[in-house]
Design a protein around this ligand. Structure first.
Ligand code: DGJ
Length: 549
């Protein structure tokens, strides 16, 4: 449906916008390929989201929100993720109240943070709790998901044109309003469309309309897409499709098999199409980056953008810019490659705000070129707002971000996390082999803290590296052929402010010596010197090396 048609039925607005219409001043936020990676461009420059998501209900009262936003800004978050709820935005059909949206934007600006708005529309965690009362009460016009026992749920049905029309209308009105009030400041930089969609308690919807659709032929559009992406299909998807016989036409059961896989593909396709249509309506008003988030724990709602449904979502929802994982599981390193494809930049909108949070941020940004990172419920779950790992890390990353983003685009950045299972890690970069381990025990490192040794490494120039890390030690050796030894020519600690290096101490003497057992050291092509992070961190060290025989 065309947006103008959608809006013509929206009627009057409840409240006049509190912001005057603004003429565009800053460039619109967008995604752009820069060098080797796709980056988020905000205010005309690459931007790293050092984000945090507010807990679900806290944006529904501006008074409640006020101290929270100040607290979050003080913790060095440069971006806040906060919900706009459909029921509060459109309490009566066609009558919109933008008070909360305006307040959220205003408070973000007052606290010098950018804002990612989460559209809690038809679905939040797969449920429809945020639908307005006029939707909830009209089950005939706004049909629901049914379970196999024939019982209706509160969850809106993805096959219903009226559900989609109502959601898309509201979302388009929201985006039109954001454009009107934010085209000058560009506080709102990205939108999450819906939240963790999918079916709970079964593999698919069992309503009559779902059953009718399930008996239909798989759309040619989907089959053509699978053909187009055949060389890059997700391995798990490919395997399941092959197991079902790799058919290229027929009903959903014919092509994808009878059972959970076929059911899930069917739901994923219809969620993708629905979310795509909502997104298209919003983008037609104001075209800023939009993403969806996936619930990925073992029991997840079926049909959402989990990794092995990415092919289906990619074909069904081309208006969506990013498929993002909400990561609460310990295997962070195993999960993020599943959401980082050359066509899908990595953005993590939800994750644990615990002690592993900062090391995961470093890893995602340094090893997977993440455009941003965002622990969940930061106002409640960041235990120590001053000395906690996330505030400390974000404080350092804030000024370092331009350097990081430049290195991402050039492919001169990586990251390590030292774990007990993997206590020594070796990377090869810029003609050197760099061995990284946990800082030596005598320096007081707490071995019981998981993921507490981590770092980002940038090869900033020939023979020069920038490290930002916590509890790390690094030693160097040249890559063969050529001289066998690498010494520290100079080592500085410092910080970056707005991407500009501000040196602190020149480190030497005890700060770089590791061993005087020179026979042993030289046997291993080592000099007995080390780059070491001595403070609770993270800090930044810039080292220049030289090679000799
Ligand atoms: C994931 C959801 O997206 C969040 O809104 C929240 O419900 C968390 N799960 C659980 O606290």
């Amino acid at each position: 449906m065309k947006l103008s048609t959608l809006l013509s039925i929206t009627g009057l607005f409840l409240c006049a916008p509190v912001f005057a219409q603004q003429r565009s001043a800053k460039p619109i936020p967008h995604l752009e390929k820069r060098g080797l990676v796709t980056q988020l461009i905000v205010d005309g420059k690459p931007y790293l989201i050092l984000g945090g998501e507010l807990h679900n209900s806290n944006t529904s009262s501006l008074e409640y929100l006020r101290p929270i936003m100040a607290k979050v800004a003080a913790m060095h978050f440069n971006t806040v993720l906060g919900a706009v709820n459909w029921d509060l935005l459109e309490p009566q059909e066609g009558k919109f109240d933008f008070t909360l949206v305006d307040g959220l934007i205003k408070q973000s600006r007052e606290n010098k943070m950018k804002l990612v708005i989460l559209w809690f529309g038809s679905w939040k965690n797969g449920m429809s709790h945020y639908a307005p009362e006029w939707v909830k009460k009209d089950e005939v016009r706004f049909p629901r998901v049914k379970m196999s026992n024939g019982k209706s749920t509160e969850t809106l049905n993805v096959f219903a044109a009226e559900n989609l029309k109502a959601d898309a209308t509201a979302f388009a009105a929201l985006m039109k309003h954001i454009k009107a009030v934010d085209s000058k400041e560009r506080t709102v930089i990205m939108i999450q469309v819906e939240n963790e969609v999918g079916i709970h308690g079964d593999n698919r919807d069992r309503s009559d309309v779902a059953n009718t659709n399930f008996a239909k032929q798989v759309p040619a559009e989907l089959m053509a897409g699978l053909q187009k992406y055949q060389t890059e299909l997700q391995p798990e998807f490919k395997q399941a499709w092959e197991k079902a016989g790799s058919k290229t036409s027929g009903t959903w059961e014919d092509v994808f098999g009878k059972g959970p896989f076929g059911d899930e593909v069917f739901m994923a396709w219809h969620y993708a199409k629905y979310v795509n249509a909502v997104t298209a309506a919003g983008k037609a008003e104001y075209n800023i980056p939009m993403y969806v988030n996936a619930w990925i724990s073992p029991v997840y709602p079926r049909g959402g953008p989990v990794a092995y449904m990415h092919d289906i979502w990619r074909i069904g929802a081309p208006k969506i810019d990013i498929f993002s994982p909400d990561i609460y599981q310990p295997d962070f390193k195993g999960i993020i490659p599943l959401f980082h494809h050359n066509w899908n930049p990595l953005f993590i909108p939800e994750c644990a705000a615990d002690s592993a949070g900062a090391s995961n941020a470093y890893y995602a940004i340094g090893a997977h070129n993440a455009i941003g990172y965002s622990p969940f419920a930061i106002e409640e779950r960041v235990a120590d707002p001053v000395n906690g790992p996330i505030p400390r890390a974000y404080k350092i990353l804030e000024g370092f971000a331009p350097v990081i983003l430049d290195a991402q685009s050039k492919g001169t950045i990586t990251a390590v996390t030292i774990t007990r299972a993997n206590p020594i890690q070796t990377i090869t970069m810029g003609g050197y082999t760099i061995e990284l381990r946990t800082r030596h025990k005598k320096m007081g490192y707490e071995r019981s803290v998981p993921n507490s040794s981590y770092g980002i490494i940038i090869n900033s120039a020939p023979d020069e590296f920038i490290f930002s890390g916590v509890n790390l030690e690094a030693t160097f050796a040249p890559v063969a052929p050529g001289p066998q030894m690498a010494g520290i020519a100079s080592l500085w600690e410092g910080i970056y402010e707005n991407g500009k290096w501000k040196p602190g101490r020149r480190l030497n003497g005890d700060n770089i010596s590791q061993s005087y057992a020179m026979t042993e050291q030289t046997n291993r092509n080592q000099t007995g010197t080390v780059l070491r992070f001595e403070n609770p961190g993270p800090g930044i060290l810039k080292v220049k090396l030289y090679k000799f025989d």
